[in-house]
Design a binder for this molecule. Structure first.
Ligand SMILES: [Zn+2]
Length: 78
């Protein structure tokens, strides 16, 4: 059984610009702390579908507070 919702505090998020010059969308990628095995972040543009990787040092931003993002989303309490 998976219980991903309990691990949100382990998530970090990074943002990069799509490498497609005709697109240029801001793309967000999420990663858990346990996945930090390389300095490359993999992105999939939701606008043009381009998959690309960006070195950690060239990200628009990284390791933002995911809890802040989640706070903007509607929560459903049973
Ligand atoms: Zn794109």
């Amino acid at each position: 059984m998976e219980c991903d919702a309990e691990d949100v505090d382990e998530l970090t998020a990074a943002c990069a610009l799509c490498l497609n010059e005709d697109c240029g969308s801001l793309v967000i990628s999420y990663r858990t702390a346990g996945e930090r095995s390389s300095d490359m972040w993999d992105f999939m543009c939701s606008r043009c579908g381009l998959a690309f990787s960006v070195p950690e040092g060239e990200l628009v931003f990284q390791s933002i507070a995911v809890e802040m993002l989640l706070a903007k989303l509607p929560h459903h309490h049973a």
